[in-house]
Design a binder for this molecule. Sequence first.
Ligand code: NI
Length: 138
Amino acid sequence: MSEIVRFGVSLEKTLLEKFDKLIHNRKYTNRSEALRDLIRQELFKKEWMNDREVAGAVTFVYNHHIRELANRIMDVQHDNQKMIISTQHIHLDHENCLEIVAVRGKAKDVEKVADLLKSVKGVKYGTLSMTCIKEEGA
Ligand code: NI
C-alpha cells in the first residue's frame, strides 16, 4: 500500500454541510473515505473515457453586454468547428445569453474545447456533459 498523506482542504461551510449530508446518505463512516472514493471515481472516469468517441453538450451563460465576449466565444467555436456540430443560443433576459454547444469527438479533445469555452473571461458557470457513442469494444 502506498504511503498515506494528510492534507488540508478549505471550503465554504455550506458546501461542507452538503458534503457531510451526502456522506451520511451514502453511509460513509468519515470524510476521508468519501473523498477517496470520489477521487477514484473521477480518475477512473477520465482514464476510461479519454480515447473514446463521445458526443456531448457544453452549456454556459454569459453577459453579451461585456465587450468582445461574444466574439471571443465565437472565435473558440470557429477554431474548433470540426468538433462542434451545433450551437443553440437563447436570449435569457436583457443581458444574459445561454449557449448550448453540441460537440463530438474523442473525450479528451471534447474536454479541451469545453475548457476553452468555460475559461473565456466573463463566461459564467459552464458545464460539460458527454456520453459514449459506441459500446465498449464495438
Ligand atoms: Ni443572446
